[in-house]
Structure formats: C-alpha cells, structure tokens
Design a protein around this ligand. Structure first.
Ligand code: FMN
Length: 195
C-alpha cells in the first residue's frame, strides 16, 4: 500500500485544534540552537505534528547534546491538506526552501543526529535545505526518521547524495502516529456526536 496524501474534508474540522497544540509546542523553542556546555553533538530536527520532536528532545537530554529545530523561512500551512499539497509540489519541483535560521557553529560539532518525518515517501524539502546549507564534511551523521506506516522511501539515497563527505550511520526508524489518521478518527467521533 502506498502513501496517499490529503485528508477527507471532514478531517479539516479538527485540524485547527490539533495544529494549535503543535504550534504552541514549537513556539517554546524559538528556532535557535539550545546549547549544552562544550557539547560536540548536535540534534537537529524537523517536525510538523511533534512525533520527531519527542525523539529529538529525548536525545538532547540523554546525550547532553545541543538542539536545533529546522524551520523553513516561510512556515508551511497550518491546514494539513494544504501542507500535503505544498510539500508534494515542492518535492516534484525539486524546490529547496530557504531556512529561518542556520546552525552558525556547525564546524564545532563532530556528530549530528538529524531527525525528520517522511513526507511524500522521501525526506522533506527543508531537510534538503539543511543539508545544502551546512558543510557536514567529515562529520558523523545519525539519521532518525519517523513515518506514518509506509516506510522510509528513498530518503537514504537523498542523504547520501546531499550530505557530501559525512559518515552516514544506519538510521533509527520508527512508525509514529499519522496526523491524518488522528484527524479521521476525531472526525468520526464528531460525526457520531454531532451527526
Ligand atoms: C506532508 C506530509 C507527507 C507525509 N507523507 C508520508 C509518507 O509518504 N509516508 C508515510 O509513511 N507517512 C507520511 N506522512 C506521515 C508522517 O511521516 C508521520 O506521521 C510522522 O511521524 C510525522 O512526524 P512529525 O510529527 O514529527 O511531524 C506524511 C505527513 C505529512 C505532513
């Protein structure tokens, strides 16, 4: 079975509530690097609905590593269906979106944990931006990837071709809740109680 983008119309009913939660969590980060004294390890991650952030925060605390949230300069639509459509267009057009911020001190890290969700069966466009914007030559790159049940797609070849000179390690891969499934479940419930 393949990933199918988009949600049912009814899914949009509750998208706002779910996204308000997601953006509240994101606002606490402020986009810059959160530093631990003298750390040579960076955890950089992209998230929309928070699954990948749970892993990133855990690594940050367990390893005393610095933490950086990858954000595009222009945020994706809050509406899930619009987000999927935009991400699909960007993927198909090979678009590399500008980032809100770069890691200014990337040369100080030996090891980078890079986390992201699978979007449209590949690495999200902002991950391509991150790999293009930073020199990872000679660094150990440890990917951690979440997906909604359809696997990691072609992203390992994306990493190999874009993280030039990095020592790419076997990824940590985890299936995590899919926002679309959550929206459909909640809308089923709303349909039952509101008809
Ligand atoms: C734009 C978009 C595209 C997605 N495409 C896929 C996909 O191709 N395959 C898949 O298994 N899950 C897909 N998903 C689901 C996410 O990969 C999965 O829910 C992930 O854990 C979300 O991580 P996050 O909470 O850190 O954003 C997609 C989600 C979004 C928003």
């Amino acid at each position: 079975m393949r990933w199918e983008g988009g949600v049912s119309r009814r899914g949009l009913l509750v998208a706002q509530a779910v996204l308000t939660f997601a953006s509240t969590a994101a606002d606490a980060q402020e986009g810059g690097t959160s530093r631990m004294k003298g750390s040579k390890t960076l955890v950089a991650y992209l998230t929309r609905s928070g699954n990948t952030r749970v892993i990133a925060d855990t690594l940050h605390r367990a390893l005393n590593a610095d933490l950086f949230e990858i954000r595009p300069a222009r945020p994706y639509p809050e509406d899930y269906e619009q987000h999927v459509a935009q991400a699909t267009r960007e993927r198909d057009g090979g678009f590399v979106p500008p980032l809100a911020a770069k890691v200014e001190t990337i040369s100080g890290y030996d090891e980078i944990f890079l986390g992201f969700p699978i979007w449209g069966e590949t690495a999200p466009p902002p991950i391509r931006s991150f790999l293009t914007a930073h020199d990872l030559q000679g660094k150990t790159l440890r990917p951690f990837i979440t997906h909604g049940g359809y696997g990691v797609g072609d992203n390992l070849s994306v990493l190999a071709s874009q993280a030039k000179g990095a020592r790419i390690q076997a990824p940590f891969v985890m299936e995590a809740d899919q926002e679309r499934r959550t929206l459909n479940e909640i809308n089923g419930w709303l349909g039952r109680i509101r008809g």
